[in-house]
Design a protein around this ligand. Sequence first.
Ligand code: NAD
Ligand code: UGA
Length: 305
Amino acid sequence: MRFVVTGAAGFIGSHLAETLRARGDDVVSVDCFTDYYDPAEKEENARGLDVLRIDLADETLDLDGVDGVFHLAGQPGVRSFGEAFPLYLRRNVLATQRVFQSSAEAGVRVVYASSSSIYGEAERYPTPEETVPRPISPYGITKLACEQLAHAYSTGFGLDAVALRYFTVYGPRQRPDMFFRRVCDLLLGGGTFEIFGTGEQSRSFTEVSDAVRATIAAMDGAPAGATYNVGGGTEASMLEAIALLEGVSGRALDVRHVDRARGDVARTRADVSRIAADLGWEPRVPLADGLSRMWAWASARVATP
Ligand code: NAD
Ligand code: UGA
């Protein structure tokens, strides 16, 4: 099979492209190497992939001979108020609209990255997909807009778009703005970690290989237009997570509490019964094992720059 992976130089997209290639698929990797974080890291992620440098907000994807599109390109990060918002609109809403248009015209399935952030402070935990979405970050609003666009393209053009609401993904190559990555970098290099608020906020952390497995299973087997939560099995608070990483690394982290960040939800906990029933997917990697893998990657990266 021949697939397009957008965002292939990013954290999750690079793992996805590699896994698809390893199972024998032909992968067209697309990314425009935005400077949200150091593009040199994206070059590192994309090593071994031949990435087409296309800005999806401007340029059109050629989907001739393609069997499906994995659309992971986007502007991530929930702390998204202020000056950055036009970038969120462009890289999430506009780019996704253009990918949906091309996919609808080509008649191919799109599996795309949505987010747990569309729920905001959810009405119930664990949170099932039918929960009313009430995002509290501008980022979450752009991700919800993408889901609404999918609905419009499905109604107007019969587009088959499958939404994956990823819950805080971690593992090797995690973005440098994210929690575990910052903790690892500071445990390795020294310095003080700034924790937003009390540290009691919690997440359904999802290991990247679990996220990739769900993504491929969705392309291969999801019913048309499905929406799935993709969340890890263990909910942990940031303080618990720091303690786990301190245990794995054998080092102590210097922590300072700063104000809670706007747009940051107090809790996520995924109800994954729908994806389990439809696709037989369940998270496999326990948090402690995933953190060991991530620590091994982060320390090797520092050892061999
Ligand atoms: P990432 O920033 O590492 O990867 C996204 C990639 O998209 C980047 O390499 C960037 O250069 C590329 N990109 C952005 N705009 C583009 C454009 N207009 N044209 C071409 N390429 C463009 O982020 P990630 O953490 O790997 O996230 C991947 C996707 O999953 C994103 O859509 C994100 O919103 C979503 N998501 C991530 C998480 C998470 O925990 N990491 C959770 C929920 C949803
Ligand atoms: C993550 C991704 O960054 C989003 O792109 C994604 O859409 C979202 O998951 C999701 O699940 O949908 P977040 O949960 O905020 O968002 O992930 P982290 O950046 O790893 O933060 C986790 C927690 O650590 C948050 O409560 C945050 O406030 C806290 N944190 C993060 C700190 O206290 N200090 C930091 O320096 C970074």
